[in-house]
Design a protein around this ligand. Structure first.
Ligand code: PLP
Length: 400
């Protein structure tokens, strides 16, 4: 007998490369000690939250022990938090938003799941530039949605013409992620405007009874941009834009699970709030009920701060030096905290195994929809990056 659906048998199979790395990592750490392993496989932000988080948490603790201090809150979020985040996003997205345009969610992850629950019917399609964040397939797949990956260009910028060709009457969303996991690419204003125009044109051609095409922008790494590169605001580019974000990375509070969806006010007005009220409803009925209340208060108190981004910049520069020294080809990431270098010799599984022999953990690119590359996460100390130098050189030589 089958205890789970066919979907989950398949999904578990697809996720096995991450599990394999995780298990290998545990094994290596148990045998040689945690310090002997250079683990670049996980994206768990290790830089401490801003110092202001401590005072904010003390104030929250005092309020939390009052009646209902830890009780349920409205499904859309604590009203004062929603207002604060709406003001924060108005500045970030360069357009006035009110709390009616913002829904607080359980991280960016559940913001995306909410959007797909609200908009996807079985067989509907979500077009995504590849490589892409590995969970996207599950986020829409839970509701019968089908991810349609469209290979990005060699510099990892989106191929807008190929994306346009991939759009069909069943396409419900073009999903972009900038700054990008796994490539570190930051999409240009010109590319995003071209995607926004595409979405407007497609919607203009869809009749009254047909469903909307959205431009969904997943932006948990928005603050992580280096070298003066602009991270453009997408919300004003088209009324069909939905911006998803979170404080997991910018405030190093991934475990507190606070994110949001922001809807263009023009769309909220046009559909009389139907999309927003449906997002709020699914936030409840998918079982989240509301985003965690301590995390919401913390995010609102310090949303205008970030972790020390100079730490990530130094790690990026050091990792670039290590890879260049090993003769590994890569695009310099201008955002997020990942590298997506080419596997020397072209076989990502072989390179990952050679790195494992050097006690270096990396993830094969095939799992992100692009074989022949590997993903490295720089959410580790500079000392670990430095320590991996000789191992990278030997592993690269072994694969050439
Ligand atoms: N989107 C991308 C591209 C991510 O890399 C992640 C987490 O790593 C998420 C969404 C989910 O983030 P959150 O912790 O905000 O749910």
């Amino acid at each position: 007998m089958q205890t789970v659906t066919g979907y989950f048998k398949d999904a578990a199979g697809k996720a096995s490369f991450i599990r394999k790395m995780f298990e290998k990592g545990l094994e290596l750490k148990a045998t040689f000690g945690a310090d002997a392993v250079c683990d670049f496989s996980l994206g768990n932000p290790d830089v401490p939250p801003p110092a202001a988080a401590a005072a904010a948490l003390h104030a929250i603790a005092d309020d939390a022990v009052k009646p209902l201090g830890l009780g349920y809150c409205p499904n859309a979020g604590i009203p004062s938090v929603r207002e604060t985040i709406a003001r924060h996003l108005s500045r970030q997205q360069s357009m006035p938003l009110s709390s009616a345009d913002v829904v607080m969610t359980v991280g960016a992850a559940s913001a995306l799941v909410d959007i797909f629950r609200a908009t996807i019917e079985p067989g509907d399609e979500v077009v995504v530039p590849s490589p892409y964040f590995v969970e996207y397939g599950n986020y829409c797949g839970h509701f019968g949605g089908v991810l349609v990956p469209v290979p990005s260009k060699d510099d990892f910028s989106p191929d807008v013409e190929a994306i346009a060709r991939a759009v069909t009457p069943r396409t419900r969303a073009i999903l972009v992620n900038t700054p990008n996991n796994p490539t570190g690419a930051v999409y240009s204003r010109a590319d995003l405007e071209a995607l926004a125009r595409l979405v407007d044109e497609v919607n203009a051609g869809r009749g009254e009874g047909e469903r909307t095409l959205f431009l969904v922008s997943d932006e948990p790494y928005r603050a992580f941009a280096y070298d003066g590169v602009e991270v453009p605001a997408i919300l004003p580019m088209t009324k069909y834009a939905l911006v998803v974000g979170s404080f997991s990375k910018t405030l190093s509070m991934a475990g507190e699970r606070i994110g949001y969806v922001a809807v263009n006010p023009a769309l909220t007005a046009e559909d009389s709030g139907t999309l927003v009220s449906t997002l709020i409803l699914v936030n409840r009925t998918l079982g989240y009920v509301n985003a965690p209340v301590i995390g919401q208060r913390l995010a609102a108190a310090i949303c205008n701060e970030t972790v020390d981004l100079s730490i990530y910049k130094r790690r990026r520069d050091l990792m670039a030096d290590v890879l260049a020294g090993a003769g590994v080809e890569f695009q310099m990431p201008h955002g997020a905290f990942y590298f997506f270098p080419k596997a020397p010799g072209g076989d990502d599984a072989k390179f990952v195994d050679a790195l494992l022999a050097e006690r270096i953990l990396a993830v094969p690119g095939a799992g992100f929809g692009r074989a022949g590359y590997i993903r490295l996460s720089c959410s580790v100390d500079e000392a670990i990056i430095e320590r991996s130098r000789d191992g990278f050189r030997r592993a690269a030589e072994a694969c050439r």
